[in-house]
Design a protein around this ligand. Sequence first.
Ligand SMILES: Nc1ncnc2c1ncn2[C@@H]1O[C@H](COP(=O)(O)OP(=O)(O)OP(=O)(O)O)[C@@H](O)[C@H]1O
Length: 233
Amino acid sequence: MESNRLLEVENVEVSLNNKKIIRPLHFTLAQGEICAFVGHNGAGKTVVMKTIMGIQEKDQGEIKLNSLNIDTDYLHYKSQYSYIPEEPLLFTELTVLQHFQLYGTSYNVPEHAFKERVDYYVNGFELNGKLHEFPEGLSKGMRQKVNIISNLLTDAPLLMVDEPFIGLDDNSACFLEKEIKRKSQQGTTILITSHVIERVKKFCDSYIMLKNGEIASQGRIENLRQIERRFST
Ligand SMILES: Nc1ncnc2c1ncn2[C@@H]1O[C@H](COP(=O)(O)OP(=O)(O)OP(=O)(O)O)[C@@H](O)[C@H]1O
């Protein structure tokens, strides 16, 4: 067994409305690995991510994150991941800075690191001057940036990212790509869904292709090119 396994998904099945959505699913991700999670619309990528987060119940199977079992150690388990959803999920009554503070506090980011990271990300994502705005005063892209920064601020060992590039301007998409690579070099494992295959191919190490709730193919990212003909977005 690899010693640096960060995420282990074993024999997981999920049903929604009495319909089997995810069939027995097995995969592992190593510490620091960047994995592209690809597949057609409705393949089950988001359902799998929600199951890994523990907000979608599974029918069976085992999930371990950093050696913590989702079923027996959930309180500790859930501090081990952060998640950037496709649609911004913000609180109407909190300012941009208060969102960052909420994540910083929840994930125990030390105060000096928190300040440094907020400055760094606000500059990188060009959100200067927006710290005291409420979500309703922001554009959709800006709201997405608040979501992204809130999750990048943490030191969670697993970062899951659902379609992050749609709606981001070019500068911010490049900055995010750079940050994903930097975090992985620091040891963060990243699972990223995207239909922009050309973009993720440039910086992912591996891929998992889901088809109708099953793994159709997985391996090194270089091999994705060879099987792309079988894959339509
Ligand atoms: N709350 C729900 N109730 C019933 N079925 C659902 C629910 N959420 C998702 N599904 C179904 O589960 C399947 C997988 O959906 P999921 O959102 O995981 O797909 P996806 O791969 O993330 O797609 P996309 O690329 O479009 O984001 C789809 O058939 C969808 O209709």
